[in-house]
Design a protein around this ligand. Structure first.
Ligand SMILES: Cc1ncc(COP(=O)(O)O)c(C=O)c1O
Length: 395
């Protein structure tokens, strides 16, 4: 091996990729493993990028994003959450993932630890590891009312080397949203201990029991140790565009602007013009895809709950459902079998850290046809499995 940093040498692949590699060569596979909706970006957003390209908006631009997009983001925060975010606290990033890496680069020193509420999207853990952090997990419990967090457990995992606490609300893969009282207590703890909170709000529009998920920005003061990561990927079906933004403590504007210079040197101005169209004119589209996702969720939960040996964990946000199959302990093995034998691609729980090992994640942000095709195949597979296991496991 060439002498690269051990943190990079030992970076691991997600178990989802292992399933995907197998499934990639299976003809007519239905892949519900990835976290994206199957609707292409709407025309009015594409047109805005097209226009900007034709207008020659192809040059280097502001490190924190074009001022017009930052102004649109300010309007968006005002409209959605009634919060004023000063321009100096906003940076446009190469989607949520780049914002996560910038934050880890900013706060983590080798030997620090970062604490994660799990099950979690694994990429943030890996980003912390790239910076040399020890990853600590605090698993939530999946009960009959959904996922719940014991906040004291989280506090007990923090020590003098803790630099960052990460949560996503709504969460991937859980659909958990942080209760306002817990958010408040967490914020007070972070202030008192000088630990940064990374609040991931990329699924903020995908919620089915209220209009929008509250933002931590509604409670945090400008100099609190709080970062918020957000993205165009999910709400406006723009995963391939790699556009997102972050909000950070007021004092960090200059160091972050410099750090962006040495990462991406800023984003693409023609894409950022499209970002303005998404924010200012995208409400109709957001309503449509959230409604579509709501129907997908109902369909999937209703059908999965009737399958033999399946227990679904209730969820009210994001676009995933987590479930267990009776007798399945090794979910990676199960997902590999399911993709090769039933041509349905799902994500094994082991990919999401502690608390999800026995679970499987399904992304339901797909057409009804696609979902039904996958569910028909799963149903036949699970029925056959239940029959071969005998009457004890069939119900
Ligand atoms: C919880 C969570 N945060 C952030 C992201 C980052 O998305 P993107 O980099 O496309 O903005 C994802 C993507 O799946 C996610 O699930």
């Amino acid at each position: 091996m060439l002498p690269i940093r051990p943190e990079i040498e030992h970076l691991r692949d997600s178990p989802i990729i292992e399933v995907w590699r197998l499934g990639f060569v299976v003809p007519d596979v239905v892949g519900l493993w990835a976290g994206e909706c199957d609707v292409p970006t709407p025309r009015f957003i594409v047109d805005a990028a097209h226009r900007a390209l034709l207008e020659g908006k192809t040059f280097y631009t502001h490190k924190r994003g074009i001022p017009e997009l930052r102004a649109a983001l300010q309007r968006y925060h005002r409209r959605l959450w009634q919060v004023e975010v000063p321009d100096e606290r906003i940076a446009v990033t190469s989607a949520g993932m780049n914002a996560v890496m910038l934050i880890c680069q900013t706060v983590i020193r080798a030997g620090d630890n970062a604490v994660f509420i799990t099950p979690t999207w694994p990429n943030v853990e890996r980003a912390a590891e790239v910076q040399g952090a020890e990853v600590r997990e605090v698993p939530m419990r999946a009960g009959p009312d959904g996922w719940s967090l014991e906040l004291q457990q989280l506090f007990d995992r923090c020590d003098e080397r803790t630099r960052l606490i990460y949560y996503a609300s709504p969460g991937n893969p859980t659909g958990w949203t942080i209760p306002p009282a817990q958010q408040q207590t967490l914020l007070e703890f972070a202030r008192r201990r000088g630990i940064f909170v990374l609040a991931d709000e990329v699924y903020h529009r995908f919620v089915y029991d209220r209009p929008v998920v509250p933002s931590i920005l509604q409670h945090a003061a400008p100099d609190d140790p709080v970062f918020v990561v957000n993205s165009f990927s999910k709400s406006w079906a723009m995963t391939g565009w790699r556009m997102g933004w972050m909000v950070y403590p007021a004092a960090l504007a200059t160091p972050l602007e410099r750090l962006i210079e040495y990462n991406t040197s800023g984003g693409q101005p023609f894409l950022q013009e499209a970002g303005i169209a998404a924010l200012d004119d995208g409400e109709g589209f957001v309503t449509e895809i959230v409604e579509r996702s709501r129907r997908g969720r109902e369909l999937v939960i209703e059908r999965l709950s009737r399958m033999p040996g399946v227990r679904v964990v209730p969820c009210t946000a994001a676009f995933y459902v987590m479930f267990e199959v009776e007798g399945v302990a090794d979910t990676l093995d199960f997902c590999k079998r399911l993709v090769t034998e039933a041509r349905v691609g799902l994500a094994p729980g082991v990919a999401f850290g502690q608390g999800a090992e026995s679970m499987i994640r399904l992304c339901y942000a797909k057409t009804e046809d696609t979902l039904n095709r996958a569910l028909d195949r799963m149903e036949s597979y699970l029925n056959a499995r239940a029959r071969s296991a005998g009457p004890m496991t069939a119900r």
